[in-house]
Write a protein that binds this ligand. Sequence first.
Ligand code: KIV
Length: 279
Amino acid sequence: MHKSVQDIIKMKKDGKKISVITSYDYTLGSLCDKAGIDILLVGDSAGMVMLGYENTIPVTMDQMCMFTEAVSRARQNSLLVADLPFMSYQVNIDDAIKNSGRLIKAGADAVKLEGGASMAETISAIVDVGIPVMGHIGLQPQTTILSQGYKVQGKTKDTALKLIDDAKELEEAGVFSIALEMVSHEVAEIISETIRVPTIGIGSGMGCNGQVLVIQDILGMYDKIKPKFAKRYLNLSNDIVNALENYKNEVESGTFPSPDNWFSMEENELEKLREEIGR
Ligand code: KIV
């Protein structure tokens, strides 16, 4: 049985840190699950790291459903959370419920959406139909970057108070956890101590109850943006390019394939074939 949202809430109560990694496909999703990661997040960052968009704005519900289905076939133990993409929940509450339902039917256990107090009503409505919601405040890539670019949030008293208020409103609305993106670490710590549900930080310091990173960043596979918070545990781009160059060289020199990599006919069948075609 895979982890539930209740297990994640309990981890905070038990003082256990929560690990979250984005996943968008079957192969890497299986490895994240095997590594014991608590939550696999099918983030709309898929638009950038999987589809090559400049930002997350073009991502569609159909694309999010496809990624979610692939990861759901891989996951055995982790909780699976999927992002509602831009404009799939902001227009009206009916859309928000319908699109949350689509992600659940695609295999997610919960959905995540961006926004503070102004999203509280939408969140309550989704939670009321029985779909768990993860909130997302601080830097909100779907909208903040349109007006401010990638900028640390909560650096002044007033913006900090707004974030703390947003977190309380989301908790009140029924979220089971809140992602805090690029929030100053002091404010992230205050929020984590103020609310009962777990906070999941990205670039928001160690006061959060858990951490989330994009899988391509951890593995060193995406070079377009290198945020300060995205610690690289591998440098796979180099290894992959080296492997591909080796492959190309071996194809060109005829070293690949070798008998280890091909299949043979029975000797007598080959004889008969040769006779038949006269070679
Ligand atoms: O889409 C995403 O990857 C996210 C994060 C919190 C990393 O929302």
